[in-house]
Design a protein around this ligand. Structure first.
Ligand code: NDP
Length: 292
């Protein structure tokens, strides 16, 4: 059984990204810049944004954090997004979720210039993925894709079952695995809370991806012998410990490969954000050169 070590891979990838950022700076005379907007005082959001800030620093990407009060009006948020859209010194923009209840999330996410949308939540970027001509991949599914590819796990022709259909994990993961070519070509089933006979479905999977948000939900009897199991879940237990959506101790006895929590998918998500920011800066430069 192979433990899919996302923390180690993330470290390797950050070194590669750091090298690419250095090359970028040598070619262009400036570094990619990521702007993050955080609205309100959600403690988890503050930790996420601070982790992103640290990760940017690690690879030489500049980050700017814009903090708006939880009582900020939607117009104010839209104004700031527009300002960043038109700022040629900013290459990537993200709005940290969750947003306060008065915000229409789709309206906010679609206000970001899709060429700077490094989270890949904008409708245009989602559409491009579904058409098989992606600009950016959303960070968590992108991290899973890299983990599978770099671990030598073939997806072509495999039966992949994803449990969870959220816009940030389950759905885009399904679209990406359906793409033609390497890292795709899978036969994909996306299950959710209304799925009937879930165990019957999950136990057919060559690759099982759990993105549910329910601690240890995937039990050994739901997993096929020799399956690859990817656990996206991050659940905080009563004792403060973190656990995934998979009953790791029992499922690892059956799986051929499995991600731990913590240390599996989680560390890769921020790393892929760094890669998307570098890509956004490169795309913007390419477009400017074409215009000239
Ligand atoms: P959502 O709550 O948006 O989606 C959860 C999905 O699970 C829904 O589609 C839901 O179905 C489905 N589901 C819930 N209960 C069941 C059930 N009993 N049987 C089958 N399906 C069920 O969560 P996210 O996708 O945002 O996140 C999922 C988990 O991944 C969370 O623990 C989150 O913290 C973690 N996460 C980790 C990241 C990382 O970097 N590692 C990044 C993002 C998320 P329905 O649609 O019918 O309600």
């Amino acid at each position: 059984m192979m433990i899919l070590d996302g923390k180690k891979l993330s470290g390797e990838m950050r070194r590669e990204i750091g090298e690419s950022v250095l090359q970028f700076r040598l070619r262009n005379g400036f570094v990619p810049v990521l702007a993050a907007i955080i609205v309100g005082d959600d403690p988890a959001s503050k930790i996420y944004v601070s982790n992103k800030e640290k990760a940017c620093k690690e690879v030489g990407i500049e980050s700017k954090i814009l903090r708006l009060s939880g009582s900020a009006r939607v117009e104010e948020l839209l104004f700031e997004i527009d300002r960043l859209n038109t700022d040629s010194a900013v290459h990537g923009i993200l709005v940290q979720r969750p947003l306060p209840n008065n915000c229409n999330e789709n309206l906010i996410l679609d206000a970001i210039d899709p060429r700077k949308d490094v989270d890949a939540f904008h409708a245009e970027n989602v559409g491009l993925i579904s058409q098989g001509r992606p600009r950016f991949f959303p960070c968590t599914p992108y991290g899973i894709r890299e983990l599978l590819l770099r671990s030598g796990i073939e997806t072509g022709g495999k039966s992949v079952v994803i449990v969870g259909r959220s816009d940030i994990v389950g759905k885009p993961m399904g679209l990406m695995l359906l793409q033609k070519g390497k890292g795709g070509d899978a036969t994909v089933t996306v299950a959710h809370s209304r799925t009937k006979n879930l165990q019957e479905i999950t136990s057919q999977a060559d690759i099982l991806i759990a993105a549910i948000g329910s601690p240890k939900f995937i039990k050994a009897e739901m997993v096929k012998e020799g399956a690859v199991v990817i656990d996206v879940g991050i659940n905080r237990l009563g004792d403060g410990k973190i656990c995934g959506d998979v009953d790791f101790d029992n499922v690892k006895e059956i799986a051929s490969a499995i991600t731990p929590v913590p240390g599996g998918v989680g560390p890769l998500t921020v790393t892929m954000l760094l890669l998307n920011t570098l890509k956004a800066a490169e795309l913007i430069i390419k477009q400017t050169q074409v215009k000239v």
